[in-house]
Design a protein around this ligand. Structure first.
Ligand SMILES: Nc1ncnc2c1ncn2[C@@H]1O[C@H](COP(=O)(O)OP(=O)(O)O)[C@@H](O)[C@H]1O
Ligand SMILES: [Mg+2]
Length: 337
């Protein structure tokens, strides 16, 4: 069936009709939107891209005037805040508008790293031990947490605020980095056990029946010895830096026996515990002694054609068109009035 699909994004963008003559760097900021919108068109759906919305009124008008069958949610923030996205979805629910991806409660829980970890540890999901350092309070390390520790924002994504300096080995550095998160990132901070090891991801898709993709890995091939292998902001987003340091992601090779199975089982459990819907990517670390740790669940991960999630779907024969079609189908099944 041909659908009217309203694509929501936080960016102010005019998508070009073709990518000819544009560099990878020029395309990078809006490639997800470009890939999704073009694929929807190829699937013969009618699309409308609503970018840079900062008032619900704009969404409301489009819902009334254009009557989309479904909203494709590519919002990463609303009025500059990631934590507002679930409220926009809540509004869509009130309007009886189906949408793609995770529903607001799942998104809200998963995107609050501290809250998600509390729930997961109650269910004995192996996740690094941690402490929360709220803004405006004295920074004191609980004695059970020993160094090395890893400091990050409790609500930001995309490695915002993550650098080599996130790895701290004494109280002075811990305080410094927590203050950095409070002041520069503007959120509460989390410090957790640092897990040295392989960086693994798993894509999950579904509402009730879940399908998983092959285990994916970020490899750090040319990073100088002794440099911690972590997906810093630069490593995740800077194309030149990635090339220079041999950062590559692809199917994980030579995993010890049973690890892939454990990752699949754990991921499905986490998905269900947090009540996620749509699609998600789970981030893991495999320590040298074989212990597996969940770093974080990511509902609504980046959908660019060449990002981990879509690439790992392709590896099991779910090409990009089919992936987008499946996400639409899952979205249509939920959030209906
Ligand atoms: N406890 C940890 N031990 C080791 N590395 C970590 C830890 N937490 C995060 N990292 C590194 O930092 C990256 C980003 O952290 P993550 O919690 O996934 O936040 P984000 O939401 O920004 O992706 C991870 O992919 C990993 O490389
Ligand atoms: Mg992550």
């Amino acid at each position: 069936m041909k659908l009217r699909v309203l694509v929501l994004t936080h960016q102010k963008i005019e998508l070009p009709t073709s990518l000819k003559g544009l560099s990878e760097k020029e395309i990078a900021p809006w490639k997800t939107e470009y890939h999704v919108v073009n694929t929807l068109k190829q699937l013969k759906h009618e699309t409308k891209l609503l970018g840079d919305v900062d008032e619900v009124a704009a969404i409301r008008t489009t819902l009334f005037d254009w009557k989309p069958h479904i909203t494709f949610n590519l919002l990463e923030e609303f009025r500059g805040e990631g934590i507002y996205v679930p409220y926009v979805l809540g509004y869509l629910q009130l309007m009886r508008q189906p949408f793609t991806g995770c529903h607001p409660t799942g998104l809200q829980v998963a995107d609050d790293k501290a809250l998600a970890k509390k729930l997961l540890r109650y269910h004995r999901i192996p996740a690094p031990d941690f402490a929360v350092f709220p803004r405006g309070r004295t920074i004191r390390r609980p004695r059970r947490l020993s160094f090395p520790l890893f400091v990050k924002s409790s609500t930001e994504h995309g490695s915002a605020g993550i650098a080599q300096a996130s790895l701290v080995t004494n109280d002075e550095k811990l305080t410094e980095r927590v203050q950095f998160i409070h002041e520069q990132i503007g959120t509460d901070a989390l410090a957790e056990e640092y897990i040295e090891g392989r960086e693994l991801y798993l894509g999950v898709i579904g509402n009730q029946r879940l399908q998983t993709f092959p285990v994916w890995e970020m490899r750090f091939e040319k990073l100088a010895d002794g440099k911690p292998r972590i997906a810093t902001e630069r490593i995740k987003w800077n194309l030149e830096y990635q090339k220079k340091h041999g950062i590559k992601t692809g199917a994980a090779k030579d995993l010890p026996d049973g690890v892939a199975d454990r990752i699949v089982k754990l991921s499905k459990r986490v998905y269900r515990i947090l009540g996620l819907t749509g699609y998600a990517r789970m981030d893991f670390r495999l320590a040298e002694d074989g212990k597996l740790f969940l770093l974080e669940p990511n509902p609504n991960p980046d959908l660019a054609r060449d990002e981990d999630f879509a690439e790992s779907a392709k590896a099991v024969g779910m090409g990009y068109d089919r992936l987008i079609a499946k996400i639409l189908k899952l979205g249509l099944k939920t959030n209906r009035g």
